[in-house]
Ligand binder design. Structure first.
Ligand SMILES: *Cc1c(COP(=O)(O)O)cnc(C)c1O
Length: 438
């Protein structure tokens, strides 16, 4: 690889801006991306030489910080023996070991594992499994999905169709997207116990439409990209009962919440429920490689296998990539051997103490914290870029979107870096909302 020096960067960034799409971006990008050269723990080295504290864990993924030696070691070992091999007709230890871990750790009853290459694809597979299940039972009329508003399940076509109809891409692709059913979002608040009108609305839709509904899709406890909303475990418990009563499968999307982020290994555990189908991704490899998985029950796989065509009709080229599986195994082992529960609890306590005072600022609509997730919801939706820039001035990396300024640090972030992160976040928000204050 060519090694560039600081003086090469302006040209590199210019090429980037002219030729590389970034997530949800214009071409050329409205604002040039920031060059990065290396990562270590919760620190990111920028091309201009600055080192910043990471508040994003690369979108929920890097739960152990970057370059953790035990993950890197496992990856080096796998890289030297077999970085990839096709999964059609062949198998290998890293995939087998990963399936063992996922079956053992996931909620009871989830026994069959499909390894996919990204979160969106794992949700596509989940939806396909649900549809094939009903087709195999000779009930093809059960082909629609029911979900809640403010959800996010990915960027592919099947997953866009179950993501929030307002802040998602429904109007843009209305001619192409399948029309599914949307219940109101669960009431906001992990501790909410005011009323069950949200569940009642869900049950109404089920009563009316269950003969045509294949599955309900939902993110458990935390709705991520669709609004960073937290809701009560009892909602999930009741949803599980409704799915059983109305003969509808429950697909739970743990792609953001899985592997300890909310304070439980899986967010489902807060409600003590088992879904019929579950997706994991993001933190699965500790943020090192793209990999996701779809788990389902033996009953579902039995039905599909006994039906026609009798095969689950999916199989990506890079399915079960050994290098990614080796990284996932190392990341899971690292998580289980770490005091992650007390780490997440300590982060939760710190985020509550340091971010809650922001509620007093005019311009802040809400502050909420759950596990190692801290969210400051603003009144205005256009201040993200200014807050990101102000945070960078404090040597903190944040990536606000819309009204939401949020952080989900690595579980093992050192205390002084966590303090720098929340101080920087607080200063950035305060400066941007209150430019006249010292
Ligand atoms: C990120 C995310 C996805 C999509 O995963 P990708 O790997 O980006 O395709 C799906 N569901 C949830 C809840 C997510 O947070």
């Amino acid at each position: 690889m060519t090694h560039h020096t600081a003086s090469d960067w302006p040209a590199l960034l210019d090429f980037d801006q002219q030729h590389l799409w970034h997530p949800y971006a214009k071409m050329p990008a409205a604002v040039p991306a920031i060059g990065v050269t290396s990562t270590l723990g919760s620190r990111i080295r920028l091309a201009d030489g600055r080192e910043v504290i990471d508040g994003m864990s690369s979108w929920w993924a890097a739960i152990h910080g970057y370059n953790h030696p035990s993950i890197l070691q496992a990856m080096h070992k796998q890289l030297d023996t077999m970085p990839h091999i096709m999964f059609g007709g062949l198998t290998h230890e890293p995939a087998i070991e990963l399936a063992k871990r996922l079956v053992q750790l996931s909620p009871d009853g989830l026994e069959k594992v499909f390894l996919a290459d990204s979160g969106s694809v794992s949700m596509e597979v989940a939806i396909k499994i649900a549809l094939q299940y009903w087709i195999s039972l000779n009930r093809p009329e059960k082909h629609r999905l029911l979900t809640v508003r403010n959800g996010y399940h990915g960027d592919t076509f099947a997953t866009m169709a179950v993501s929030d109809p307002e802040n998602g891409m429904h109007s843009l692709f209305s001619h192409t997207l399948k029309q599914h059913l949307f219940a109101p979002a669960p009431h906001m608040g992990f501790d909410f116990n005011g009323d069950d009108s949200d569940i009642a609305a869900m049950e109404n839709l089920l009563k009316q439409h269950h003969p045509e509904i294949a599955a309900i899709t939902i993110e458990p406890i935390v709705q991520g990209a669709g609004g960073m909303r937290f809701y009560r475990p009892d909602y999930l418990k009741q949803l599980r009962m409704l799915c059983d009563r109305y003969e509808v499968l429950l697909i739970v999307d743990e792609i953001a919440t899985g592997f300890g982020r909310t304070g439980q290994l899986f967010a489902c555990n807060w409600a003590g429920i088992s879904p019929d189908i579950m997706c994991v991704g993001k933190a699965l490899t500790g943020g090192t490689m793209t990999l996701a998985a779809t788990l389902c029950t033996a009953n579902i796989s039995d039905v599909i296998s006994a039906g026609s065509p009798g095969l689950l009709m999916h199989g990506p080229t890079f399915m079960g990539n050994p290098l990614a599986c080796a990284a996932a195994n190392a990341s899971i082992d690292l998580l289980l051997s770490s005091p992650w529960q007390s780490q997440v609890q300590a982060i939760e306590g710190h985020l509550k103490t340091t971010l809650s005072p922001l509620r007093q600022l005019s311009g802040v609509a809400d502050v909420r914290v759950l596990g190692a997730i801290g969210v400051v919801e603003l009144v205005r939706g256009d201040l993200g870029p200014a807050i990101q820039a102000a945070a960078l001035n404090e040597n903190v990396w944040l990536r606000p979107f819309g009204k939401l300024v949020y952080t989900m640090p690595a579980f093992n972030i050192p205390q002084h870096e966590l303090e720098q992160l929340t101080q920087g976040m607080t200063n950035a928000i305060t400066t941007v909302l209150n430019p006249s204050q010292p």
